[in-house]
Design a protein around this ligand. Structure first.
Ligand code: 5GP
Ligand code: MN
Length: 320
């Protein structure tokens, strides 16, 4: 596939969907594709399905068009997933995907097995938004579409800072800026800004974090009862693992929080020596070399021990 128009030929109904707990890249890519089809293929009936996106993405045009449930019995001519690394990560619209006449997967996760009829997966590219941009007609990327693409790019590159950021990333960001998008506002309001409560919780996690493996691994954690005490959800905890990763000397940062009693959501970040996607895949999750995640059950100490043992294997391989 060279251009998205190739798969849109003769198609009358389209569903678009992203992954569970949608982040900036997921919301940005789904919305950019939605806006593009809506604007330039007005005869097509297009719907976008996502879990409730956070208010920080309110600057994206038509964000309220997002549907959180698929209408009963809906069968699409085409279903397109954006930023979804595996079929079971698709949120809300799993059945609609399975029943669609044709499916397309646009993604950038190295662990993606290619679960659709047409797969456009570029594991070396920093964000799904950047992958998607390559499939759009650049002259048709207007201000609202550019805003959505830019939002995804800054989120998955940590504002053009992670090693996945390439000259192409910067060139595309430059093209998007020509549409006079409010880039400072997008970066501050969707990426850096936190509520007072979110910062308090981050402070607590950092204060209680532990250093393991001769200072090469740091672990932050939050128990259910503490989350209840502060009144925070998993979505309030973004940015904590990135902050942990910045500890001097640390190669791998782990952040875990309890979703239900003895059920943990795990976020992993690496500074390059350890491939955390391998660690996540080992435990049934996935992601990228430097950012990955999984779900684990058991006591918190078991979860930490199991994760660090798997990380230790890679440190040993490196030394061998
Ligand atoms: P985060 O730590 O920000 O939740 O996720 C980092 C990366 O790992 C994202 O690209 C995300 O899609 C992936 N990831 C996180 N949790 C899981 C999981 O449970 N399964 C899979 N396959 N990928 C995950
Ligand atoms: Mn992504």
């Amino acid at each position: 596939m060279k251009n998205i128009s190739e798969v849109l030929e003769g198609v009358k109904t389209i569903g678009i969907g992203g992954h569970v707990r949608p982040d900036g890249d997921c919301v940005g890519s789904c919305m950019a594709l939605y806006l593009y089809i809506r604007t330039y293929f007005p005869d097509v009936d297009v719907s976008v399905y996502l879990d409730h996106p956070k208010p920080i993405f309110g600057h994206i045009d038509h964000i309220d068009d997002i549907k959180t449930e698929v209408e009963e019995g809906r069968e699409f001519d085409l279903f397109i997933t954006c930023d979804v690394s595996a079929r079971d990560r698709l949120a809300v619209a799993g059945d609609a995907f399975d029943h669609a006449a044709k499916t397309v997967c646009i993604d950038h996760h190295v662990s993606n097995p290619g679960f659709a009829d047409v797969n456009y997966i570029r594991g070396e590219v920093s964000s799904c938004c950047e992958v998607l941009y390559g499939l759009l007609d650049p002259d048709k990327v207007n201000r609202p579409i550019a805003t959505a693409v830019y939002t995804g790019m800054i989120h998955d590159t940590g504002v053009f800072q992670y090693s996945s950021t390439s000259p192409d990333t910067m060139r595309i960001a430059g093209e998007l800026m020509k549409q006079e998008i409010p880039f400072s506002k997008i970066i501050d309001e969707s990426f850096y800004e936190k509520t007072y409560l979110q910062l308090q919780v981050m402070g607590r996690v950092l204060a209680e974090s532990i250093l393991l493996q001769n200072g090469k691994c740091t672990v932050g954690y939050l128990r259910r009862r503490d989350m209840e005490f502060y009144g925070v959800e998993g979505s309030d905890l973004d940015g904590i693992v990135s902050q942990l990763r910045l500890t001097r000397g640390v190669e791998v940062a782990i952040f875990i929080y309890e979703t239900e009693t003895q059920h943990f959501k795990v976020s992993l970040r690496s500074n390059g020596k350890v491939d955390v996607s391998k660690v996540a895949v080992f435990f049934g999750g996935g992601g990228h070399t430097r950012a990955a995640g999984c779900d684990l059950e058991g006591s918190m100490y078991d979860v930490i021990n199991n994760l660090t043992a798997e990380i230790e294997k890679q440190f040993c391989e490196e030394e061998a």
